[in-house]
Design a protein around this ligand. Structure first.
Ligand SMILES: [Zn+2]
Ligand SMILES: [Zn+2]
Length: 273
């Protein structure tokens, strides 16, 4: 599926236990990599949320193809708890192939922020799943004219600038958040209010029928009822709901959600299936 929001195109696939990836060409990245469809090999930055196979099984293919094509090493960001086992897995696979793959993994802790490029910073946050997992928020950096200079003419502003006076404040706005697999815990965390303020929120919604609510809790996923219960809290412009269980047919997901979603959510929700 492909959607264009806020001048970026999000292309991907996301179904629980099958495959999940969100490729955003305009940001030069993919959130998770799924089975690594061939067009993801050329993506320079991969942000893995966690190591369940449907989100990351294509990583070795990504590494080996970039090696074969003599491409520069991809930047692969992973939750730090996965580092040792992932290294072992890549080494074992390389050994099976009688080859020597070069690659670089960047393990990340939760709650760190770093510069992604001139336009964006990335912040990690902890999510709540059955294995170590991370969410990612990209903050758009921009300069805003200081209050005391509002109302000045263009000429006066240029004059101040030429005098070397700092006329702007640097501000950051949460642009896009990728939650990966998680319960609602990070969204309820007051320190993580940027998640619900991100212009675009890509979140999972594995279960939708009332009889699957307990299973959602048990398997540490989100149920649509969790979202509906908090319908007034989302300040996002767009919410991409994804990672639906395979027990629901695509047409059923659309018709059922269109029936039960309240107006507040219907305006912003994109059913990614
Ligand atoms: Zn998953
Ligand atoms: Zn998972």
């Amino acid at each position: 599926m492909k959607v264009e929001l806020e001048n970026i195109i999000i292309e991907g696939f996301s179904r629980s236990t099958i495959e999940t990836y969100f490729y955003i060409k305009d940001l030069h990245l993919s959130f998770d990599i799924g089975k690594c469809p061939f067009h993801l090999v050329s993506v320079p930055n991969i942000f893995l949320s966690h190591m369940h196979g449907d989100h990351c099984i294509g990583l070795y293919y990504y590494i080996s193809h970039r090696n074969l094509a003599k491409m520069p090493l991809g930047k692969i960001y992973i939750p730090e708890g996965a580092l040792e086992d992932l290294n072992n897995l890549i080494k074992s696979f390389s050994k099976l192939e009688h080859s020597n793959r070069t690659y670089e993994l960047t393990p990340l802790k939760e709650d760190i922020e770093f510069e992604y490029n001139r336009v964006y910073n990335v912040r990690t946050f902890s999510t709540d799943h059955r294995i170590p997992s991370l969410g990612y928020t990209f903050f758009y950096k921009k300069s805003k004219l200081k209050e005391e200079f509002l109302g000045l003419s263009q000429k006066e502003i240029v004059k101040l600038k030429n005098e070397g006076i700092e006329i702007t404040n640097k501000i950051k706005e949460p642009f896009i958040t990728y939650l990966g697999d998680s319960t609602f815990k990070p969204l309820d965390n007051k320190d993580y209010d940027f998640i619900k303020k991100s212009k675009i929120l890509i979140m999972e919604c594995t279960f939708i029928l009332p009889e699957h609510y307990e299973e959602a809790t048990l398997r540490k996923h989100i149920h649509i009822q969790d979202i509906i219960n908090r319908k007034d809290q989302f300040q996002n412009k767009y919410i991409i709901l994804s990672h639906f269980s395979m027990r629901y047919e695509s047409s059923f997901i659309h018709s059922y959600l269109n029936k039960i979603l309240p107006k507040e959510l219907k305006e912003k929700v994109i059913i990614f299936v």
